[in-house]
Design a protein around this ligand. Structure first.
Ligand code: PHB
Length: 391
C-alpha cells in the first residue's frame, strides 16, 4: 500500500517536471559572466563581454541540444562583490559555468565557490600564475604574467639593455611580472637596478618615474593592468624619460589595443611581449577583428576580448564533447588538452595545469595606415606558464 503511494507520487513528480518550466530550464545551459563593467577596470569588462557575445553570435546559442544563456553581472572589480555574485549565480540561477574575472583578486575569491559547487570557473582575463592552483575547476583562457615577462627578459640583453628598473602594480600579476622578469634577466647576465611597486588603485606614477630618471638605467620594464597603460605612457613621455635615453619596455598590457591610439607619438617604438595583438597577421585574426569591430561600433579588440572569445569557444567545445550531459567535472575534463586556432595563434589547455599554452610575440608600436598598432616582429612558440613547477 505504502509502496503504491510512493510510486504514484514519483510519477506525479516526473509528470510535473516534464510539463513545468523546470523542465524547460533543464534544457538551458547557463553561463554566469562576472566582470568589472564599471570603475577602473571597466574597459576589461566591455572587451571580455563583447568577445563572449561575438563567439555566441557567430556560433549560435543552441549547442548539443542545450540553449546557452548568458547572465552578465558587474562586480565593479571588488572581490567581495565577485564572491557574492558567484554564490548567487550558483545557488539562485543554477549556472553551469562561472566565467569572466577581470582581476586576480576576483578570480581567487571565486575559487572556493567553484570547488564547493563543482562549477567550472573559466578565467578569461586575470593572469597571476597561481590562480589555476586555487581550484581544480579553474581553466584559463587568458595568459600569465610569467609567460610573457620571461620572453622580454630574453630579448632585452640581446638588444643592448643590461640595466633595468622595474615598475609594476603592487598585486599578484605585478609581483609575478617583477619576479620572473628579474630572475630571467639576471640569468641572462643583466641587472635589475631598482624594483618599484605602485598601488593598483589610482596610481600616481610621478614620484616613481622621478626615481627611475635619477637611476638612469638602460630601460624601464613596466606592468600595469589593462586600462592603466595610457596614463603611464603620458607621464613617461612628459617627464622626458625617452629623451633622456631610458627605453620603455613592457608587457603588452601597457600598449593595450583598447587605448593605444590615444597614447601619443611617445608610444612609437615601444617594445612589448604579449600573446595577442590586433595586428596579428593571420587570416583567422583578420576575420575576428573585422567581425568584432562591426559588432561593436568600430571598437578594436584587445587581448581581453580574445580571452572572452576563446573562453567561450572552450565552453562550447566542452558542451559538445559531453553531448550536453556534462556536469562540472565532465566539462573540466573535456577542456583539458583542448586545442584550436585562436585569433592570437594556436592555443591549447595543458591537461596537467588547466592553464593556457600559447605563442608569445615580441612587438613594436608602429603607425600603420594612420593608426597605432603592436606590430609583431618575433615569436616564441608554445610557451607554458613558467610559474608552474614541472609535473
Ligand atoms: C589581473 O588582475 O590578473 C590582471 C588584470 C589586467 C591585466 C593583467 C592581469 O592586464
Amino acid at each position: 500500500m505504502k509502496k503504491r503511494v510512493f510510486l504514484s507520487a514519483t510519477a506525479l513528480a516526473v509528470t510535473a517536471l516534464a510539463t513545468s518550466p523546470v523542465f524547460a530550464q533543464d534544457n538551458t545551459f547557463k553561463i554566469g559572466l562576472i566582470l568589472p563593467m564599471t570603475g577602473q577596470q571597466a574597459s576589461t569588462g566591455r572587451q571580455v563581454e563583447a568577445g563572449v557575445r561575438l563567439y555566441m553570435a557567430q556560433n549560435g546559442d543552441m549547442v548539443a541540444g542545450k540553449k546557452v544563456e548568458l547572465i552578465v553581472k558587474d562586480d565593479t572589480s571588488q572581490p567581495d562583490v565577485t564572491k557574492r555574485l558567484a554564490q548567487e549565480l550558483v545557488v539562485n540561477d543554477k549556472v553551469n559555468v562561472l566565467a569572466g574575472f577581470g582581476i586576480t583578486p576576483s578570480a581567487l575569491a571565486t575559487a572556493p565557490i567553484a570547488t564547493q559547487s563543482r562549477t567550472p570557473e573559466i578565467v578569461m582575463a586575470a593572469a597571476t600564475s597561481s590562480i589555476t592552483e586555487a581550484s581544480p575547476y579553474i581553466v584559463r583562457s587568458s595568459f600569465t604574467l610569467p609567460q610573457v615577462s620571461v620572453v622580454l627578459a630574453d630579448w632585452a640583453p640581446k638588444h643592448g639593455i643590461k640595466t633595468v628598473d622595474t615598475l609594476v602594480s603592487d598585486y599578484g600579476p605585478g609581483i609575478d611580472a617583477e619576479k620572473y622578469f628579474r630572475e630571467r634577466l639576471i640569468a641572462n647576465g643583466g641587472k635589475v637596478t631598482e624594483s618599484l611597486r605602485v598601488p593598483l588603485r589610482s596610481p600616481d606614477f610621478a614620484p616613481f618615474l622621478q626615481k627611475v630618471r635619477d637611476d638612469h638605467p638602460d630601460a624601464l620594464f613596466v606592468f600595469v593592468p589593462s586600462g592603466a597603460g595610457a596614463a603611464l605612457m603620458k607621464q613617461f613621455v612628459s617627464r622626458g624619460m625617452d629623451k633622456a635615453g631610458i627605453k620603455l619596455i613592457a608587457t603588452g598590457d601597457v600598449t593595450d589595443d583598447d587605448q593605444l591610439n590615444d597614447m601619443g607619438d611617445g608610444a612609437l617604438g615601444v617594445v612589448t611581449s604579449h600573446h595577442y595583438s590586433a595586428a596579428h597577421p593571420s587570416e583567422t585574426n583578420k576575420q575576428f577583428v573585422a567581425a568584432f569591430e562591426k559588432a561593436n561600433k568600430g571598437m578594436r579588440p584587445n587581448f581581453m576580448a580574445v580571452g572572452g572569445y576563446d573562453g567561450t569557444h572552450l565552453i562550447y567545445d566542452a558542451l559538445k564533447k559531453t553531448q550536453g550531459q556534462g556536469g562540472g567535472e565532465a566539462l573540466v575534463a573535456a577542456m583539458k588538452g583542448e586545442s584550436f586556432e585562436s585569433p592570437r595563434g594556436p592555443i591549447r589547455i595543458d591537461p596537467q595545469t588547466r592553464d593556457i599554452v600559447q605563442n608569445v610575440y615580441l612587438r613594436k608600436v608602429e603607425r600603420v595606415n594612420g593608426q597605432f598598432y603592436n606590430v609583431e616582429f618575433d615569436v616564441v612558440k608554445d610557451v607554458k606558464d613558467p610559474g608552474k613547477a614541472p609535473k
